[in-house]
Design a protein around this ligand. Sequence first.
Ligand code: ZN
Ligand code: ZN
Length: 164
Amino acid sequence: MLFELKSVFQNEGEEKQVSYKLDIAEIDIDGVFPFRTPIDVTATAKNRASLVSVALDINFDYTRNCDRCGEEFTRHMNLNFIHKLVQTLADDGNDDYIETPDYKLELDEIVISDILLALPQKNLCKDDCKGLCHICGKNLNEGDCSCDKRQIDPRLEILKQFMD
Ligand SMILES: [Zn+2]
Ligand SMILES: [Zn+2]
């Protein structure tokens, strides 16, 4: 989506908004495709005291497999970002600003990179997921199993043999 911002840059107090759906189903993360439905993007550009910024409000469903129990889960996510825009940058090394020399902003790349940087490192179906029994493999969120899960410290095990 190309966001045309000439009127915003040229008029103090001006505001412009665009909402659209972006299909990023082909994006592969760790071999899975977590964005099964198009994401909702609302971009609002504002000129305040001649400083132009664009706020992004991004909503999507994120489907992953739990790191502990392996079950698939879908979580609704809402992410918000603000980027400052300038026509030209004096200093190329300044990442705080996005350059828009022709008053046009290509939103898709910015939205995708914002999302990818903000995704959680851990994927848990719920914060207190109990995971799988390491002996029988049962999903312990569905109930306990009858395995003896007392962890024996290997060093104590050696000591125990020695004492016997
Ligand atoms: Zn889980
Ligand atoms: Zn078990």
